[in-house]
Design a protein around this ligand. Structure first.
Ligand code: GRF
Length: 325
């Protein structure tokens, strides 16, 4: 087996039953260049089949029966095991407990689930019978982020499975399972890798930049950027830089107050800032986007500041006036 890249995402997988989706994730994690590794398989059912499979494969397991415990206590025990294992993400794979609100909030955007329907159709139970009864041509499965509302978080990926005229819920469930085993490892890998995906990073950046008043997108020297003001006389306040001029970074360039501030930022926080070639000379600093745990509020603050220093007075005056109140 190849050496694991240092930056593999660490997953804790929660199961209650057979754990075949967990097994699909586990074996996918053993393939060359896998984006994730499984550091824990945890269950609320002490004799869940999947725990045995994980143990055979040398993956740490944890079991804590929910019986006789409040929802909060059960979640606290599971969460402690996740923290002890050093997991970055929780992946639910047939975990049949509803989670407490605090737990869900603490793991917001870091907890995924797989649900056997083409969401938003058929949240909850009996999804196959409901799809057959409705006369649907296809059933399927969805991977989604977990939010406090059941099966309602952002859908990350789906797979469709044709329904045959003689399908029963049981026969359909079998084929959907096979499809899920393809879907889940891919969806998880894509999700945990998106912090290195220029397309994803750019779309987040664009959303923030274009939310500022009177802005538009424009390319400059082959890279996309954002300007404030009219199409005719606007000024750039942000440039997107994707491994430009030999740099390894995917970054947004924003305006500092000048060279002193720029050099100070780069010296004190080299994991966040760098001095870009060419643009650096005129006070643009690179804010690195392809790094773990990017704080998008921080990026938004910088965009706002850069916007303010480039915007025409008629726009900033309005904002200054608004600040007084
Ligand atoms: C899967 O069908 C999944 O969609 C649902 O629970 C089932 C778990 O199956 N949430 P398994 O334990 O992975 O075999």
């Amino acid at each position: 087996m190849a050496d694991a890249p240092l930056n593999k995402a660490k997953l804790a997988v929660f199961i209650s039953g057979t754990g075949t989706n967990m097994a699909a994730l586990l074996f996918a994690s053993r393939l060359k260049d896998a984006a994730f590794e499984i550091v824990l398989v945890a269950s609320n059912v002490e004799d869940a089949d999947g725990l045995n499979l994980a143990a055979i494969e040398g993956v740490p397991t944890f079991a804590h029966s929910h019986k006789g415990h409040s929802r909060e206590d059960q979640d606290a025990a599971m969460e402690q095991a996740v923290l002890d294992a050093g997991a970055d993400y929780i992946v639910l794979a047939g975990y049949m407990r509803i989670l407490s609100q605090g737990f869900v909030e603490r793991w917001e955007a870091r907890m995924l689930n797989i649900h056997p329907s083409l969401l938003p159709k058929y949240k909850g139970l009996d999804t196959f019978a409901r799809a057959i009864d409705a006369g649907d041509s296809h059933a399927g499965s969805s991977v989604h982020l977990v939010t406090h509302e059941l099966d309602a978080g952002e859908v990350l990926a789906q797979v469709r499975v044709a329904i045959a005229s003689d399908d029963t819920p049981a026969t359909l469930a079998q084929r959907v399972k096979i499809a899920e085993h393809q879907l889940y490892p891919r969806a998880v890998a894509d999700y945990v890798s998106r912090g290195n995906d220029p397309e994803f990073l750019f779309s987040k950046l664009r959303e923030l930049a274009l939310a500022l008043p009177e802005t538009h997108e424009r390319s400059s020297h082959g890279s996309p950027g954002f300007r404030v003001g009219t199409e005719k006389s606007g000024k750039f306040f942000a440039h997107f830089s994707q491994q430009h001029y030999g740099s390894q970074h995917i970054a947004v360039l924003v305006k500092t107050s000048g060279m002193d501030e720029l050099l100070n930022l780069v010296e004190t926080q080299p994991e966040v800032y760098y001095k870009p070639d060419y643009y650096g000379a005129s006070g643009w600093v690179g804010l690195i986007l392809n790094r773990p745990n990017v704080d998008w509020d921080h990026i938004a603050d910088w965009l706002g500041r850069s916007w303010r220093s480039s915007a025409p007075a008629r726009l900033t005056k309005l904002l200054d006036a608004a600040d007084i109140f």
